[in-house]
Design a protein around this ligand. Sequence first.
Ligand code: UT7
Length: 356
Amino acid sequence: MGSVIIGTGVALPSRVVTNDDLSAIMDTSDEWIRSRTGVQQRHIADPGVGASDLAAEAVAEALRNAEMAPQDVDVLITATMTPDQYAPGIAGMVQERSGLGHIAAFDLRQQCGGYLYGLDLADALLASGKARCVVVVGAEVHSGYMPYGASWEILRGERPGPVDPVDHAAATEARGWAVLFGDGAGAAVLTTEEDPGTGFIGSVLRTDGSHADLIEVLGVGFRHQPYVDTAQLEARAHWPSMNGMELFRQAVICMPAAVREVLAETDLTIDDVSLVIAHQANDRILDAVRKQLGIDAELIPSNIARYGNTTAATLPILLHEQQAAGRIRPGSLVCFTAFGAGAHWGASLYRVPGTR
Ligand code: UT7
């Protein structure tokens, strides 16, 4: 019996912030962002909209496309690094808002690796018979991290300017990571199919905690007593801190290694793969992964130009788009791969149901 994806959905806030918009509120440029990352714009949630709201919207679309009712779902897996509030996580909020029953619903915290872990867990639950229909959703509202202060009003078109110099300095201090991220959500509905050769046929998931400091948010945590105080906020411990260059290097080593490992485990080669759905952190990372795997550019699509890095949501948003473009063809082999904070990474192989 194989675990198969029967419907996908996405949610993207309607507001878009371009690189030029960011250049008006910090020292950056479209040229810098585009040439170093491939990002051209990102979708931005309004205040009051949380990851749970985007997740519920994506789940509703995925259920519609799967022609399943909320009552059919018996496990919900939510992946986010930007929950609506410190606790509880978003799983219960999404369960309730999506009209799901009183089912098992839980959060994963594997950041950019979250969706890959979620798919693998869904597959294990379906394969064991513990579940018959699982929804996996990745959702992020990164905007809350951005220290733009009153410049948000300029980004939202509520006033033309000028930018407060204090806000400008803070945004510029954060530019190394702030320009990379966007908001959004993506979901997939999984169930089982009798044909044993279809669905998820292999996976490797890896963790190396010694790389946790490559990208982390140190502040607001219970090693600190009290767990949040003004000293932490003044020290900007609630900002992500990132070693971009080393993160880049590890992503480029770990994703191709995981792809090769899962192919070897399943007695397949890269020539058998029709599509690589890879985490969208940087076009230059995708290019390096492509070169290492020796595949053509069209086999490893990118949508980072439109969305930036949406962390746990990049894989399902890209999957949804590739599905809509008719690129998830019956009988073909799709490879998922991701690398994220933790560090957590891996790869999985998905044989699309149906014959070629
Ligand atoms: O999934 C986890 C999410 N994060 C990642 O995957 C990040 C992976 N890493 C990367 O994508 C790249 O390392 C970055 C895009 C983050 C940075 O690219 P880079 O080529 O490694 O640049 P850099 O950090 O070495 O910075 C080069 C220069 C610096 O100036 P100086 O010191 O050379 O004068 C930075 O201050 O670029 C400056 N800089 C910027 N300039 C304009 C950094 N950010 C910006 C910016 N606009 N947004």
